[in-house]
Design a protein around this ligand. Sequence first.
Ligand code: NAP
Ligand code: MG
Length: 401
Amino acid sequence: MDKIKMKTPLVEMDGDEMTRVIWQDIKDILINPFVDLKTEYYDLGLVHRNETDDQVTIDSANATKKYGVAVKCATITPNAARMDEYDLKEMWKSPNGTIRAILDGTVFRTPIIVKGITPYIPTWTKPITIARHAYGDVYKNTEAQVKKGSKAELVVTAPDGTQTKQTIYDFADSDGIIQGLHNKDKSIASFARSCFNFALDTKKDLWFATKDTISKKYDHRFKDIFAEIYENEYREKFEAAGITYFYTLIDDAVARVIRSEGGYIWACKNYDGDVMSDMVATAYGSLAMMTSVLVSPDGVYEYEAAHGTVQRHYYKHLKGEETSTNSVATIFAWSGAFRKRGEMDDLPDLIRYADALEKATIRTIEEGVMTGDLAALSTLPDKRKVNTREFLEEIAKRIEL
Ligand code: NAP
Ligand code: MG
């Protein structure tokens, strides 16, 4: 059989620990036998990030801008323990944060649904994709504890030097706390465009919610920017695609989400997205079954798994013990990237391969062959727990091109 040819290379961002092991196995077992793989390789493993003073992360993000599609392995975000473990020159920033800042993107997380793993909300038969606005609000706040007798004011100095003052609170009878938040029209607009584009891309409805009835300036601005961009740039495209943009209050959205069958994109403000993405991921069963894609407002895509480097399994692996690590989300990161590359380069064979890879992965699990994390959750009567490598080999057997 002739291998499937690619045109433009994928930007390949290698990573750390157990996911780095899986990364190589996926290429050996599931990709190289079928595809004449073309990538521009960037090693984002912590050792190489440290060697390059993290320049490799910046280079990989710029390459993504140039080529349009990247696939990323999970990477370690250094903390104090990692400083010693890897003898780091600096506590390098989260690669995902760096890449997101350069691409100005929004992260969309979608669960992979298989028979036998029932969501905690049984009506959720289709995936709910969460889009989190990853800028500002409480994540870039200024806060203070204040003493009784203090008065807190909101002061804004305009470009011409004139000041406006509003009292936040007069702490006449108690100590207290205050917090200053901000966001930028520019960032909100980028977020909105990424969401509208991704909805068109995936042909799914888009929901957005804030608390605009209470926050008449701050949250209302989010609502207005979304509405304006939708009317001016997207309404016609949405109508042609047969999808809708739906805005409601955040508490109403939460109630509707629980009653829904899924199948839409839920755009969330930063804090809502932080909280709701964990709720949705847990409700669908497993973080190891959650894919993630960073989409920039100008249509650049970076695919990855939502989980981390699975450190505990890696230490077992290093000791020569058998592991049963779930590679599904990482496989779907690759298939997502191949599909997008295929669409951009007009390569139907590459798209067909991406579909076949996903189908084979789901079929493997639905035929009862799965890693330990899923075996613990699955309600299938006949299931067989396999190790990390066997799982990939079982998928390879089921790929039908
Ligand atoms: P983690 O790697 O997501 O793993 C946490 C636990 O979840 C694992 O110990 C395992 O549970 C289970 N798990 C996660 N993915 C799994 C998979 N594919 N198959 C089977 N079980 C899976 O999170 P962490 O251990 O907190 O973080 C490890 C490193 O990942 C950290 O250095 C962190 O900085 C990094 N991280 C990177 C990203 C990213 O690059 N996007 C995201 C998050 C974290 P059991 O141990 O019970 O089997
Ligand atoms: Mg969270």
